[in-house]
Design a protein. Sequence first.
Length: 370
Amino acid sequence: MKLEAVELLRLNVPLKGAFRTSFSSINTHQVLWVHAITDVGEGWAECGANERPDYSSEFHHGAATVLKEFLLPDVFALGDDLNAEAVAPTLHWAKGHRMAKAAIETAVLDAQLRAAGVSLASYLGATKARVPAGVSVGIMNSFDELLTHVEGYLAEGYLRIKLKIEPGWDYEPVRLVRETFGDDLLLQVDANTAYTRDDFDLLKRLDDFNLLLIEQPIEEEDILGHAKLAAYIETPICLDESIVSADIARDAIELGAAEIINIKPSRVGGYIESRKIHDVSVANNIPVWCGGMLETGIGRAANLALAAMPGFTLPGDTSASSRYFEVDTTEPFVLRDGHIDVPTGPGIGVDPIREIVDSYTVSQEWVRAL
Ligand code: OSB
Ligand code: MG
């Protein structure tokens, strides 16, 4: 196959309510989409980069720029030798920029699979038709507000709750949620690197609550620090930000820093690298689950396909469209019995709804081979 043109779209998608983490509070999700036009058909992908380099070093305009200046020209230059498996090796020379790389690889993969009539789920080796859904709950202004939100999500049927934490919003909110909703609630926390090696005693206090895991308590680069913390506390350490490749996953596991892994395809450079992380984790008896970056339907569909692989034994952040959006960019994903159906159609299995996408689009540009 051959890449003929790429449309880069920027969307501003309003959220139902503010989403606050240890690194930001947002009311609008700014999204970059990659729409690939190939000789065998089109493909779609949502780039995981945030507007600001606050979750990782990547950000919206940076991703668009590196795509236009360096990544897309090399993919165009493959000519008829293009296929999704060739994208990562071709772009390997460019350091980092995994979210940008993931976006072009995924758009090409979507086009390739649509043309072949194969779903992303079957391409990845998925074994489940539906996946259990968890929900990520932001930092709130009050405990009342927190309990109201958690109660609402549980009433909708979500099977596990993840609380965002930061210094000053950790022990008490977790205690309240545990005491209010009982010992059977699947409960975990995510610090997005908000703590340091000086906070180990504070983090150890969270052992009181029988949490499934604590996600990324300290710096992305501090894998050894996570290993030290894992040896010091009972709560399993789950890495998110730190795991940027299958090689890093292997090392973190060997060091004892990753007792569980959150796989986010955007963070690691795409679905093919995600499958490698899945495989290295399964080989080492490390449970994995699928994280998210507030994806709209295009990205959510692809994440559900990944989450349907056999090693994904914990509920992911693959919640329903209605968790974040009044109106999603595709047919909405809905929660039924705490689960979400994995798309079965070719490629990612969903199509953007043009009128809705247009209403969210703030800019659009075409990139072509020189
Ligand atoms: O750390 O998992 C994270 C959202 C944006 C950036 C980072 C994270 C998150 C979430 C929500 O926790 C995931 C989602 O619901 O898509
Ligand atoms: Mg996280």
